[in-house]
Ligand binder design. Structure first.
Ligand code: NAD
Length: 357
């Protein structure tokens, strides 16, 4: 029997509520399987600042690094907005990603059939959309040197090295192999030298994955195609700034922020979290949608722990529960049969996970 050590970082606002539901589902999925979970909780964000004076205590970094995977809720809130920048919860999160060396950000954008009307695009355009954006997270223009201001001029530098492109390309090809074996690399190779290197490197790495069908697209066209015909995409591989913009655009195809998971992974560590924040406006009311966090736990099983069947069971349970009309308030306007609390939604998904074999 394998035991996976999971670091739980609940954080602020709705973080504790949604993580508790993901744990409920993880406990249900391991029954009858050859693995189990043990959990260790660590402080981060505003709560960590309140308790220790640091939004990212060293004990959290150590604990996370010693775990098999990290499940993260959300951090931040008005209470901490006036602190100096380095003490703010959001600075702690950026530092955390850097510490963990998580260079690949995976953001799926999936449209559930039952929620096709929740999108701002027409149902016939978004029905069946299931995209995975693989974004390089710790390089490119957000980190490149030199950067700064001189008189009336300001500048940033977009830099990628071959090894940085190779490792994110491998990640994207590996994910494409687990999906429909279709990968679109997005760049601006018609204008940028750095994109030319990106494209050459991706083409070279593609030789190691002959089963994957590789295409290339300029980022301006990709932004347009995501709205025009999003079903043409499966895995999108791109750099930091292009991925930042395209993954937000893609996530909105599905209509609700409460549904979408994400992963930030590297060679050693993986951080799994919903794409939304700590939602202070609804914290403590028991109405937050836990699906994004439960789906993040499924990604953790698939991409970090290699427990593909368990991930499939969780994803199937989420789809079934939505098909049967269970909704939290945020998606209550779309074909709801029953409006559930956060905890009821977690329990219904956990019960379904137990029933799906
Ligand atoms: P947010 O994502 O927290 O909330 C935006 C809106 O979506 C709110 O109306 C909220 O109620 C709703 N919402 C979000 N998640 C929901 C869920 N699971 N179920 C139902 N409704 C949900 O964004 P914000 O309001 O801009 O930020 C609030 C705080 O979160 C800020 O302090 C911000 O810095 C922080 N934040 C943290 C992260 C993170 O931890 N990774 C990400 C984004 C924002």
């Amino acid at each position: 029997m394998k035991n996976y050590k999971i670091a739980l970082i609940k954080g602020d606002g709705i973080g504790p509520e949604i993580i508790d539901e993901a744990v409920k589902v993880l406990d249900a999925v391991c029954v009858g399987e050859a693995f189990s979970f043990s959990y260790e909780e660590y402080l981060m964000g505003g709560i960590a600042y309140d308790v220790t004076g640091d939004p990212l205590p060293q004990a959290t970094i150590n604990g996370a690094k010693n775990s098999d995977a990290i499940l993260f809720g959300a951090i931040g809130g008005e209470k901490w907005d006036q602190l100096p920048r380095e003490k703010r919860p959001e600075s702690g999160l950026l530092r955390f990603r850097k510490e963990l060396g998580v260079f690949a950000n995976l953001r799926p954008a999936k449209v559930y059939d039952e929620l096709v009307n929740a999108s701002t695009l027409k149902p016939e355009i978004v029905q069946g959309v299931d995209i995975m954006v693989v974004r390089e997270l710790i390089g490119g223009i957000y980190f490149g040197e030199p950067k700064g201001r001189e008189g009336n001029k300001a500048f940033n530098t977009m830099v990628y090295t071959v090894p940085e492109i190779e490792r994110i390309a491998h990640k994207a090809f590996q994910i494409a192999m687990q999906r429909t074996k279709k990968l679109c690399s997005v760049d601006k190779a018609n204008v940028l030298d750095v994109s030319q290197l990106w494209r050459e490197t991706v083409i070279r790495i593609a030789k190691e994955y002959p089963e994957v069908e590789l295409s290339h697209m300029y980022v301006d066209n990709a932004a347009m195609q995501l709205i025009r015909n999003p079903r043409q995409f499966d895995v999108i591989l791109t750099g930091n700034i292009f991925g930042d913009i395209l993954s937000d655009e893609a996530s909105m195809l599905s209509g609700s922020i409460g549904l979408l998971p994400s992963a930030s992974t590297g060679l050693k560590h993986g951080l799994y979290e919903p794409i939304h924040g700590s939602a202070p406006d609804i914290a403590g009311q028991g109405i937050a949608n836990p699906i994004a966090t439960i789906a993040s736990a499924a990604m953790m099983l698939r991409y970090e722990l290699g427990e593909t069947r368990a991930a499939d069971r969780i994803e199937a349970a989420i789809a079934k529960v939505l098909r049967e009309g269970y909704r939290t308030g945020d998606i209550g306007a779309y074909d709801a049969k029953e409006i559930c609390s956060t905890s009821e939604m977690g329990t219904i998904i956990a019960n379904n996970v137990a029933a799906i074999r």
